[in-house]
Design a protein around this ligand. Structure first.
Ligand SMILES: NC(=O)c1ccc[n+]([C@@H]2O[C@H](COP(=O)([O-])OP(=O)(O)OC[C@H]3O[C@@H](n4cnc5c(N)ncnc54)[C@H](OP(=O)(O)O)[C@@H]3O)[C@@H](O)[C@H]2O)c1
Length: 253
């Protein structure tokens, strides 16, 4: 049975901007209160919180840097967020890094950084969520290129492969009271420092011949987080880009 999210609180990582922000706002529109995680983007996080409040929901900003320091910022974050908000019913792992690396130049440091930020941190947050709250929903943001690969972001795409494997393992291990799903976005927003031209160049690999929007990803998030009978699923929001692998060989980007 599908229900709305009234009475639920979601922790959304990387919610100050872009896709994380769109998901936070979409969940708030469905009635959820939101803990807005950010690392560097404090001002944008406070803007997201204000916008959530104008929707009539409660919002709490929470800062944590997932890189570097020991203990890492993701350790204990779920407990802190739950203490702020009086419990959590949803965890959305959207925070991520997207560094360039190729098979020729990738180093162990790159591998470790992407693996920690993009796979280990979401896993620790999810495991803490399961231990502390014992029921609810978890959503991981993956990447449609796990269907094939991304030769310009080798360490990054490895970490997303691991996150996809973790999503399925957790769906089994955390059942029946916690559903764990993923979304694999395609060409949605250009990475920081690039403009839309960067994505449009790659648009030829998209059967629907357009770029996606953060709101389109957020719509899929609402669908998965309000479903009572979907777990271990990874929904691609990519205009069909993953089909390229089956039809024309590797991506030309
Ligand atoms: N954009 C796309 O087209 C696309 C395509 C495929 C997959 N995805 C996936 O979808 C998700 C959202 O995408 P996006 O483009 O919105 O992501 P993004 O802008 O690249 O990153 C989201 C947030 O991650 C946070 N972050 C970065 N380093 C961090 C650190 N050391 N500690 C804690 N947080 C950190 C940042 O928060 P602060 O700004 O507060 O530092 C940033 O705003 C990601 O998982 C991404 O891999 C996106």
């Amino acid at each position: 049975m599908v229900r709305d999210l009234a009475g639920t609180t979601a922790l959304v990582t990387g919610a100050a901007k872009r896709i994380g922000r769109a998901i936070a706002l979409a969940l708030a529109r469905e009635g959820a209160d939101i803990v807005v995680h950010y690392s560097a983007s404090q001002k944008a996080a406070l803007d997201t919180c204000r916008e959530i409040e104008t929707l009539g929901r409660r919002a709490w900003p929470i800062k944590a840097d997932f890189a570097g320091g020991r203990p890492a910022g993701y350790e204990g974050l779920v407990e802190k967020a739950g203490n702020l908000a009086g419990g959590l019913g949803i965890l959305v792992n959207s925070a991520s890094i997207f560094p360039a690396s190729t098979l020729n130049n990738v180093a162990l440091k790159d591998f470790n950084e992407s693996m920690e930020l993009n796979a280990w941190a979401p896993f620790v947050l999810a495991r803490d969520f399961a231990r502390l709250y014992g029921k609810g929903k978890i959503l991981n943001l993956i990447d449609t290129r796990v269907t094939g690969y991304d030769w310009n972001h080798a360490a990054y795409i490895w970490s997303k492969h691991v996150l996809m494997a973790m999503t399925r393992m957790m769906a089994i291990e955390f059942a029946p009271d916690i559903a764990v799903n993923g979304i694999s976005p395609g060409l949605i927003l250009p990475p920081p420092g690039k403009d839309e031209k960067y994505l449009l160049e790659m648009g030829k690999t998209v059967p629907l011949k357009k770029l996606g929007t953060a709101e389109e990803v957020a719509g899929a998030a609402v669908f998965l987080l309000t479903s009572e009978f979907i777990t271990g699923e990874v929904v691609r929001v990519d205009g069909g880009r993953h089909l390229w692998e089956y039809t024309r060989g590797p991506h030309p980007d």
